[in-house]
Design a protein around this ligand. Structure first.
Ligand SMILES: [Zn+2]
Ligand SMILES: [Zn+2]
Length: 253
């Protein structure tokens, strides 16, 4: 028996830490707060997906007719060119995201990040910088961390906090979909200190960069869209997005 196995078994027997998602005892506590059964029960989004927002499309037939865009992306132009997510914001994935965000289980981020890398291979290909969706500083202070930045840090490309949340807004989850765009309008701005520091250090200007926004959940996409508009106005060459989960409005049959 290795020392790790011994410690794992001892912790599991003595403390019986419950899985942060399902509440069952975790057999190997050193490996994190979520049990293997929960990790393996995550259901990935099944193609065809809208290339712009990762919304599942009803069928390949509908997909080819509309160039792989969902009705919403066809109707209104978006600042984001490509998006990906691991799965729908429900079941075990919802529990895993909540464990990270509200349960403070930071150890969840690396493994969730690995799943995001796999789901977002095309979104991350050629990415120059990852930009976490910022929390208002008061919320980050009370939570102790920004879950989007933890996830971004486990994805590979360099992370830059190019955005700030200049207005504290009610959580999007508490609002009806129709009010979410208005809720985040004007809530984000370019972090001028970061931007000036970049420019002063001789690093490539934003206009030559492909940026990828990172967040834990995309619900209506309003937050990501508001962030992308700020980056696009600052001259970014392209803005993409990757999230751990996304709300899925119409399930494919
Ligand atoms: Zn579990
Ligand atoms: Zn779409």
């Amino acid at each position: 028996m290795t020392l790790r196995t011994f410690v794992n078994r001892t912790l599991a027997v003595v403390f019986q830490p419950p899985c942060a998602a399902c509440g069952e005892p975790v057999p190997r506590p050193l490996e994190g707060a979520i049990c293997d059964a929960c990790w393996s029960s995550l259901i990935p989004l099944r193609p065809p997906l809208c290339v712009r927002c990762a919304e599942p499309l009803p069928s390949w037939r509908a997909a080819t007719l509309t160039a792989l865009l969902c009705p919403r992306c066809r109707r209104s132009p978006r600042a984001i060119t490509r998006a990906a997510a691991v799965g729908a914001f429900e079941g075990a994935l919802r529990d895993v995201v909540h464990a990270l965000k509200y349960g403070g289980r930071r150890s969840v981020a690396p493994r969730l990040g690995t799943l995001m890398q796999a789901a977002g291979r095309e979104v991350l290909a050629g990415a120059d910088l990852l930009v976490p969706v910022p929390l208002h500083r008061r919320r980050e202070w009370s939570r102790g961390f920004n879950q989007a930045r933890l996830l971004a840090a486990s994805l590979g490309p360099p992370v830059a906090d190019l955005l700030v949340r200049v207005r504290a807004t009610p959580p999007q989850a508490d609002l009806p979909a129709a009010r979410r765009h208005a809720n985040v309008r004007g809530a984000f701005a370019l972090d001028t200190w970061q931007a000036t520091r970049r420019a002063g250090s001789g690093r490539p200007p934003l206009s030559s960069l492909t940026l990828v926004l990172v967040d834990d959940v995309a619900t209506t996409g309003a937050t990501l869209d508001a962030c992308a508009r700020v980056l696009a106005e600052a001259g970014a060459r392209e803005v993409r997005a990757i999230t751990a989960a996304r709300a899925v409005s119409a399930r494919p049959r």
